[in-house]
Design a protein around this ligand. Structure first.
Ligand code: PMP
Length: 411
């Protein structure tokens, strides 16, 4: 797709054409939870399932060969999107599965007394597996603080990431505050201390192709559904020697080199970590989603989304006045088009329920980031998270709904 036209982009998403109730159009502002599926992804999945459905790497018949090619092709598309070699791309069930794989298989290489540093901004997917690893292996969990406006506190890092720390796990962009982490800077600090860096790309990856070698991290994870691919597929990327040093998490078909009754030897990555029948059609969808996103004009798409984000923040301040508490930065620099907020005297769930009646889909709750909310001193927040297809009408509908909800909830 050349240039950037919101109207043309909206037309690529069949789900946006519906009314959520008679006469109530959908305003989807929950892209941070799950991205919607554009027609080219739907087409790729239907084409695969109707012309190439078979298991991969097993049979020699034509459909099996097509399925294997499609699966390999999907890995190539993901690799191109991340600017990494295909053999470093492992298909997992999602971001959570990818982090758990590292926490288990790389975690087993850590020794009692070692430390893992995790930020307080993290989604539970990038905290709980490290807590489990720490308990299992006798490791220390180091807490990396955030600033008052919901960014990773860079000034605190050199002191906290010391020689005991063997792995640093941070999000590329917070699913609550929207703040973007300066990954290259964190990578330099981590590496100077002799630690590896895992980056949670769940929120960042849907916003355009990445250059992982330039970011300098060692592991990167993402979830396909956030890019508009089906559920059930995600990616672990790791530097090949790191992956090759890891034992498999799951044993089964297609991850072995040879098997006797007593023991087995394992294939090399990525096969070593893809036991059993993989999520073939979802991976094909993810490959198509990567190609779709890569073809967008990302600077224009981000400028458009940040302009809408600015309107949303201004509108919220106008409507809610000093009842408004932003859970994240107020400015538009180094952030995603995602805004979390609390309106004093209202509950985020009530707000979201009233918005839903107007077709506006927002998410309310702790967004699987209880630690972050605890630092802010609130139990949860309402979150609007944008995609390139959102338009001014979505923001206006959201603001009008919030004004209405405040009348109901504060009366
Ligand atoms: N990390 C972040 C920052 C997320 O936003 C999410 C999804 N909400 C995850 C991890 C977990 O992704 P999944 O549930 O797809 O495994």
């Amino acid at each position: 797709m050349s240039g950037f036209s919101v109207a043309r982009l909206r037309a690529a998403y069949p789900i946006l054409a519906q009314d959520i109730a008679p006469g109530v159009p959908l305003h989807y502002l929950d892209n941070g939870a799950t991205g919607q599926m554009p027609q080219p992804v739907l087409d790729a999945i239907i084409a695969h399932e109707t012309t190439a459905r078979a298991n991969v790497k097993r049979s020699v018949h034509t459909l099996a060969e097509r399925a294997t090619n499609a699966y390999d092709d999907a890995r190539d598309a993901v690799a191109a999107y991340l600017k990494v070699p295909a053999r470093e791309v492992i298909f997992t069930a999602g971001c959570t599965a990818a982090i758990n794989l590292v926490a288990r298989s790389h975690g087993d290489l850590l020794a009692p007394g070692d430390a893992i540093a995790v930020s307080e901004l993290e989604h539970h997917a990038n905290l709980v597996p490290w807590q489990m690893l720490a308990a299992r292996r006798g490791l220390t969990l180091v807490r990396l603080p955030m600033t008052a406006d919901g960014r990773l506190d860079r000034a605190a890092l050199p002191r906290l990431i010391d020689k005991r720390v063997k792995l640093v796990a941070v999000t590329h962009a917070s699913n609550v505050t929207g703040a973007i982490t300066p990954v290259a800077e964190v990578a330099a600090i981590a590496h100077a201390a002799g630690a590896l860096l895992l980056v949670d790309g769940a929120q960042m990856a849907p916003h355009g192709p990445l250059d992982l070698p330039a970011l300098g991290c060692d592991f990167y994870v993402l979830s396909g559904h956030k890019l508009g691919a089906p559920n059930g597929v995600g990616v672990l990327w790791g530097r090949y020697p790191l992956l090759d040093a890891m034992a498999p998490l799951m044993g089964g078909g297609e991850m072995i080199r040879s098997v006797t009754f007593e023991t087995s030897t394992y294939a090399r990555p990525p096969q070593r970590f893809e036991a059993g029948t993989p999520p073939i059609a979802p991976a094909v969808g993810l490959g198509a989603a990567c190609r779709f996103h890569a073809a967008l004009d990302h600077d224009a798409a981000m400028a458009h989304q940040l302009a809408l984000t600015g309107r949303l923040i201004e509108g919220l301040a106008r409507i809610a006045g000093n009842r408004l508490r932003l859970i994240g930065p107020a400015g538009l620099d180094d952030r995603l088009p995602l805004v979390s907020f609390v309106i004093e005297g209202t509950h985020p769930h009530d707000l979201c329920q009233i918005l839903d009646r107007r077709g506006v889909a927002l998410r309310g709750g702790h967004h699987c980031a209880q630690v972050l909310h605890a630092v802010y001193g609130v139990a949860g927040s309402a979150r609007a998270s944008l995609a390139p297809f959102n338009d001014a009408g979505d923001i206006e509908a959201c603001l009008a709904g919030i004004a209405d909800a405040m009348k109901v909830l504060l009366s």
